[in-house]
Design a protein around this ligand. Structure first.
Ligand code: NAD
Ligand code: UDP
Length: 335
């Protein structure tokens, strides 16, 4: 049995399906602060399997005690947390509380239950502003550009210190690059609250007519076409990476893996690829740079390939088509 925190969220729901498909049993803990409980039914529909769900907070020690007592949990995948970079700047305490304190609370409960295997959702942001792409796991963490980024770096440090204090722990720290796309069934995907901050949901909402136009932030970057470059990967590939990372928990210590496609794609290329793959227009115009954006970064994905046997399989077309299917499903649900 695997405890999956944040399992009704965007990435967690895809991990749940991937684990269930592979024959694992899954318990989800989520406080539904950024997701809805109908996702549990959708996970069941897609996988045709049962899944246990607890509505609650990772900071609730009593609830964690109940969960570890009720289920024979072998490992935890910890996706629960707050993730909006801008919001973390205006409300840092909420971010340190949910992310850092939430992770500490979870580790305390795990220690009490004698469960010492954890996969943690980290981010490429921990490499900081100074790093030169491709980012490699051997690079030191850089200076964080937001409280969100700092919270991820702090949690990584907490896990390292815990491992040093007790060598029975095993941690797999997965540094995600830019997950996009949705499950090919069209039943689960990303549901940003309000106006999206991220590129892909913004593109799909413009295509659906929910938003009037896309602003491309900056076309004067030192990149081939002047727009920013990121490493986009399909969320289903990302979920597969978690299943494959479970094997690393057999070895005590702290294991780090970049989960990215290993190549960069520009904002302009993303918009063009969406229009080409779906045949739907996306009106856009160029706007000034967005504060805090890096010109270009992408992963070295060699370590994950070498040690986990993982690499991305899905194409940019898959990412676009699956995003659009999900957008249409959401639009039909809301109409
Ligand atoms: P999400 O918001 O869709 O999912 C997170 C889930 O955690 C939500 O369902 C939310 O309700 C739940 N949650 C939040 N705080 C909680 C708490 N205190 N207790 C219990 N549940 C709580 O986000 P996501 O995109 O699925 O991201 C999952 C994880 O991956 C996060 O930790 C995020 O920081 C990390 N990450 C995401 C990205 C990305 O681009 N989406 C990139 C790098 C890292
Ligand atoms: N971006 C954009 N318009 C938007 C949203 C994002 O031009 O409405 C750009 C943004 O400047 C960045 C890229 O798209 O260069 C990816 O942004 P996102 O927020 O999705 O990911 P992150 O910057 O956190 O890697």
């Amino acid at each position: 049995m695997i405890l999956l925190t944040g399992g009704t969220g965007y990435i967690g729901s895809h991990i749940a399906v991937e684990l269930l498909d592979a024959g694992h049993q899954v318990v989800i803990l989520d406080n539904l602060s950024n997701s809805v409980c109908t996702v549990v039914d959708r996970i069941k529909t897609i996988s045709q399997k049962e899944v246990e769900f607890y509505k609650g907070d990772v900071r609730d020690a009593a609830l964690l005690g109940v969960i570890f007592k009720a289920h024979n949990i072998k490992a935890v995948i910890h996706c629960a947390g707050l993730k909006a970079v801008g919001e973390s700047v205006s409300n840092p305490l909420a971010y340190y509380d949910a992310n850092v304190y939430g992770s500490i609370s979870l580790c305390k409960a795990m220690e009490q239950a004698g469960v010492k295997r954890l996969i943690f959702s980290s981010s490429a942001t921990v490499y900081g502003h100074e790093a030169e792409p491709p980012y490699m796991e051997t690079m030191a963490r850089g200076s964080a550009s937001s409280p969100y980024g700092a919270s991820k770096a702090m949690i990584e440090k907490v896990l390292e210190d815990l491992s040093s204090s007790d060598p029975q722990w095993s941690f797999s720290i997965l540094r995600y690059f830019n997950p996009i796309g949705a499950h090919p069934s069209g039943y689960i995907g990303e549901s940003p609250q309000g106006i999206p901050n991220n590129l892909m949901p913004y593109i799909s909402q413009v295509a659906a007519g929910v938003l009037p136009e896309l602003l491309i932030y900056g076309n004067d970057y030192p990149t081939d076409d002047g727009t920013c470059v990121r490493d986009y990967l399909h969320v289903v590939d990302l979920a597969v990476g978690h299943r494959m990372a479970l094997q690393t928990l057999e070895q005590p210590g702290v294991h780090y893996y970049n989960l990215g496609a290993g190549k960069g794609v520009s904002v302009q290329e993303m918009v063009d690829a969406f229009i080409l793959a779906t045949g739907v227009d996306v009106p856009y115009r160029f706007a000034p740079r967005r504060k805090g954006d890096l010109a270009a970064f992408w992963a070295s994905s060699e370590k994950a390939e070498r040690e986990l046997g993982w690499r991305t399989r899905k194409s940019l077309v898959d990412m676009m088509v699956d995003t659009w299917r999900w957008q249409q499903f959401t639009s039909s649900e809301n109409s």
